[in-house]
Structures are given as structure tokens and as C-alpha cells.
Design a protein around this ligand. Structure first.
Ligand code: GAP
Length: 523
């Protein structure tokens, strides 16, 4: 692949072509920044969830899991600070009275400016669907001979880059100036008569009941923007019913919703996504120690998948969220550069303290352990919290990005290539493909027996259509680590050919060993 941008687009294209990720409601042209997981994508996603859930709730004896509802009492979001602090900038046109998200306004203008360039064919044939599939803002490829971006397209790109910088700094004066200086007009009134930029909350809301009006703030409920609050409001329930002793953790996997300002780059930033979060409750004053502990543990979890460590790095937050006294991201080297996949946050007692204040329920814990600072028992306190928060969809993208490989297998005699997903075995959607060489001579019957023997232990896939070479390639493309082929010799000596995805090496093994060989490497 020529460059990382092409590689990213090839991965997106591959994800669609092989049933991993589809645009949501695609028959209606999709819904921006919302995606559906297909037959193999949902398997891969489930395997990532299991890897996280099992390591959190089984490997640490003091962590338990919960599954809280998406809807929560609206006061939750007042207490958590999301109603007051979770915002995006908006601007109004004084003539048309229409309101726009600042990034949308600028992006639409930029797309129009670059339109003449975009209509030229700049993507390779096999990626021709990608522009529509990706919720990508205009992507101006590196100039190639005879295919130079127009001045307008270059201008659009530099304005978008400037916009990103200003958004990151919350510089609303600068953003308004950018709009005015570039004569970005309201698509309705076609004037440049703008109000100042104001904040807009990122939470999606709806109403409970059928008779309430949308003006009725009391009945407004939110789709949770993070799963963490479901854990905080259940802190007492879990602590008491589970007789949990601090330090202990509560883990949860679930959907979160954000009306994202910059929603693009495929599943990297979505409006509906899934989080895998764990809140670890600790005595006040011990947060530095536990923060370092969880940084190390989480990095070990990532490296446990066998992805080399040079692909990861920590990034310490300079600008801290309203609830944190320390925070860092684990970043991964995606084809779009090093980006956050997981956050580790020292959240102090911010959340529990606020829930105590708003709910008037005591969030205190009585601790008999000795506080080393005073030499006396800790007594009553509101626990401090270290949070680990990883995006499931982002982890999915990480795994796909690392696994995707295009290989040139050409020899002097013939041209050949393959796309292989070198997924960690334990995450692969299918572990074993069972392939009768031909559809006759009793071979399908033997293959079916292998299926029956193995399918309750791990995910198997049976296929008899097409040449064996084509079937191998299809299994490579979805990351299946093992294929076994049943042929005439199987009938004579009860052996099959096993083919290994990464090396393409083939060995002859007894039928009786298949299950053991596969089971050994998928744990
Ligand atoms: N409870 C803390 C919290 O939600 P965050 O840094 O906003 O912290 C945690 O989100 C993780 O959730 C991120 O590291 C990222 O992996 C994922 N995430 C956040 N917003 C996302 C989005 N719009 N689309 C996909 N994943 C997202």
C-alpha cells in the first residue's frame, strides 16, 4: 500500500466487503457516524468484549461486573457535570434564523469548494465506494502527476486544519473570524451575518411517557454519554450486596451516545458506540499509586494480544476533565496516526461526592484498615476512583488495522496476491474452516463429522463451494487461523491437510488431533 491514508481506506473497504462493518441503514444512504456490525464483525466484537470482561472480572478477584440501564434519572447528569460541561459550539445566522454546528458549517463549505476536484477519479477502482462509505470530510490525496488538487481544494483543506486547531483550543472568537474571513455563508439566506458562537450539549435527549411536551424539562431523559455513571449510582448496591471491601472495582460494557462535533474517520468516532469501563474504588490519598498500577495493568492487557509494544504509547493529559486530578490515554498507531484508544483517569471523589449531594444518600464507606499516613484506621470516607475506559469500537478498529495485510505472492510463473487478517487467534471470528476438497465421494460427510465434533468447542465454518484456493483466500480475508481440507487420502488413512493462515504452510495431521491443535491456541 502506498501510504497510510490508502491503507485506512482499504481497511474500511475490506470491513464492508467481508461482512465486518456496514454503514447504518445503508439502503437509505446511511446515517452519519453510525455503523452496524455484520456477521463477522459482531463475532470479532464479541470476542474483544469477552477478552476484556474475562480479564477484568476473572483475573482480578476484587472486580465484579454489572449491566446498568442506558436511561438514568436525569439528575445523574446534573451531578456528573455533563449537563453543564459536555458541550459543542453552535452558531446562528441572523437572517435565516437557522442554527448550525460550527464544524458542519465549515465542512459543508469546504466540501463545496473542493467539489470540482472530488468529482475527478482519484481513488483506485477497488476503493471506489469508500468516499461514500466513510463519514470522512473531504480527503485530498497527495498530488500525483496529472492529478493536482485545485487551489480551492487546497484552500478548503487548510481551513479545515485551522478549524481543528481552533476547536481543540475552544477558541470561539477565532472560529467566528475563520468563518467571516473565508466568507462562509448560510446556505439558506446566503449571508455572512452570524451571531457569536455558543455551546451546545453533546448529550442526546428524549422524553419519558406519551403526553409530555418536548418543552417539559422535567420529563427529559438522556441517552448516557458514558457508562461510568451507571457504576457510580450502583456503588452502594454492589458494595453492600457483594460485601465488597475497598479496594475493589466495578466493570461494565455498554452503549454510550454522543452527538459528536467531529464525527468521522469510520468507527473511530461514532455517535452511538460501546465502552468497556471499570471504576476502581480506593481510599483517598492512594490515588497516585493505583493510577500507576492501572496504567501498567492496562498496557499489559493490550500487549497480551501479541501486538508489538512500539505500536502503543501513553499520552498524559495537560488539560484535565472537570472530574480528574490526573489522566492519560493509551494511544495506538492507527493508519491515521497515534490516537487514543483508552483513557485512564484519576477521578478523585468527584462523582460519588456529587451523587451524595444531589441524591442526599450517603456514599461513605467505613474502612478499618490502617492509613499509613496517620497510623490510625481510615474510618469513614467517600472513596476515590481510578477509572479505566476503553472504546470497544476503537479497539475493534485497532485490531483490524494491525491485522490487515496485503501480500504479493507472485512468482516468476504467475501473478498472485492475498489480503490476510492476521487477527490474534483468540479474537478471530472463525477459528476453523472445514473444507471438503470436492462435493462428492463421501468427503462432505467426513467434513460434516469434523464440524459436529468441533462446533461446540469453538466457532467453525463449513464450505464446499469454489476451488480450494479461493476458499483459503476467503478464510484469510476474515482472519480464520486454521483450515482443514478433507480429501481422498482422508478416506484411506483418517488424516487431513491443516493450513495455517499466517504462514500458509500445510501439514498432514490425524483427524483426531484437529480439536486439540485448534483449542490450544485460541485461549
Ligand atoms: N468515562 C470516561 C470517558 O467516557 P472518554 O475519554 O470520553 O472517557 C473513553 O471515553 C473511551 O471511549 C475513549 O478512549 C474512546 O476509546 C471511546 N470513545 C469516546 N468517544 C467515542 C466516540 N464518539 N466513538 C467511539 N469511541 C469513543
Amino acid at each position: 500500500m502506498a501510504n497510510d491514508s490508502n491503507r485506512f481506506q482499504a481497511i474500511i473497504s475490506h470491513a464492508k466487503e467481508y461482512g465486518f462493518v456496514f454503514p447504518s441503514s445503508e439502503i437509505y444512504d446511511g446515517l452519519q457516524a453510525v455503523y452496524d456490525y455484520g456477521q463477522w464483525g459482531s463475532e470479532l466484537k464479541k470476542n474483544i468484549k469477552d477478552y476484556w470482561w474475562d480479564s477484568m472480572t476473572r483475573m482480578y478477584e476484587n472486580i465484579v461486573g454489572i449491566d446498568a440501564a442506558i436511561f438514568m434519572h436525569p439528575t445523574t447528569w446534573k451531578a456528573s457535570g455533563h449537563i453543564d460541561n459536555f458541550n459543542d459550539p453552535m452558531i446562528d445566522n441572523k437572517d435565516s434564523k437557522k442554527r448550525y454546528r460550527v464544524d458542519h458549517l465549515i465542512e459543508t463549505w469546504a466540501e463545496d469548494k473542493a467539489f470540482s476536484f472530488k468529482t475527478k477519479k482519484v481513488y483506485p477502482e477497488h476503493l471506489k465506494d469508500v468516499q461514500g462509505f466513510m463519514d470522512e470530510r473531504i480527503d485530498i490525496p497527495n498530488p500525483t502527476e496529472g492529478n493536482q488538487p485545485s487551489d480551492d481544494a487546497q484552500k478548503a483543506k487548510s481551513v479545515l486544519e485551522e478549524m481543528d486547531k481552533l476547536l481543540a483550543k475552544d477558541d470561539f472568537v477565532g472560529l467566528k473570524k475563520l468563518i467571516e474571513e473565508n466568507d462562509i455563508r448560510c446556505p439558506i439566506s446566503e449571508t455572512c451575518n452570524w451571531t457569536d458562537i455558543r455551546q451546545f450539549n453533546l448529550m442526546f435527549s428524549t422524553e419519558f411517557g406519551s403526553t409530555v411536551s418536548s418543552e417539559d424539562e422535567d420529563n427529559k431523559v438522556y441517552l448516557r454519554p458514558e457508562t461510568a455513571q451507571g457504576i457510580f449510582v450502583n456503588f452502594l448496591n454492589v458494595q453492600k450486596t457483594g460485601r465488597m471491601k475497598i479496594p475493589f472495582g466495578i466493570a461494565q460494557i455498554g452503549k454510550a451516545f454522543r452527538n459528536e462535533i467531529v464525527a468521522r474517520q469510520f468507527i473511530f468516532r461514532m455517535r452511538e458506540f460501546e465502552q468497556m469501563e471499570m471504576q476502581f474504588f480506593i481510599p483517598p490519598g492512594t490515588q497516585k499509586k493505583w493510577y500507576e498500577f492501572w496504567k501498567e495493568e492496562r498496557m499489559k492487557w493490550h500487549l497480551g494480544l501479541g501486538i508489538p509494544k512500539e505500536n502503543y504509547r501513553f499520552h498524559n493529559h495537560v488539560k484535565l476533565a472537570h472530574y480528574a486530578d490526573a489522566a492519560c490515554d493509551i494511544e495506538f498507531n492507527f493508519p491515521i496516526g497515534f490516537k487514543e484508544v483508552e483513557g485512564i483517569h484519576s477521578r478523585t471523589d468527584f462523582d460519588l461526592k456529587n451523587h451524595q449531594e444531589y441524591s442526599k444518600k450517603k456514599m461513605q464507606y467505613f474502612d478499618n484498615d490502617i492509613d499509613p499516613a496517620t497510623g490510625k484506621p481510615y474510618g469513614n470516607y467517600i472513596p476515590y476512583v481510578i477509572e479505566t475506559s476503553i472504546g470497544l469500537d476503537r479497539m475493534f478498529l485497532l485490531v483490524m488495522s494491525h491485522a490487515y495485510e496485503e501480500q504479493d505472492l507472485s512468482t516468476a510463473e504467475k501473478q498472485d496476491s492475498r489480503v490476510v487478517l492476521k487477527l490474534p487467534n483468540k479474537l478471530a471470528p472463525v477459528k476453523l474452516a472445514v473444507l471438503p476438497l470436492v462435493k462428492k465421494d463421501g468427503l462432505p460427510e467426513i467434513a460434516r463429522k469434523i464440524m459436529d465434533d468441533c462446533k461446540s468447542s469453538f466457532r467453525c465454518f463449513y464450505e464446499e463451494k469454489d476451488t480450494i484456493g479461493k476458499r483459503y483466500r476467503r478464510m484469510d480475508a476474515i482472519g480464520t487461523p486454521f483450515c482443514v481440507t478433507v480429501d481422498q487420502q482422508t478416506k484411506e488413512d483418517n488424516t487431513v491437510t491443516i493450513r495455517y493462515r499466517d504462514t500458509m504452510q500445510q501439514d498432514r495431521i490425524p483427524l483426531s488431533q484437529i480439536k486439540e491443535i485448534v483449542s490450544k491456541v485460541i485461549l
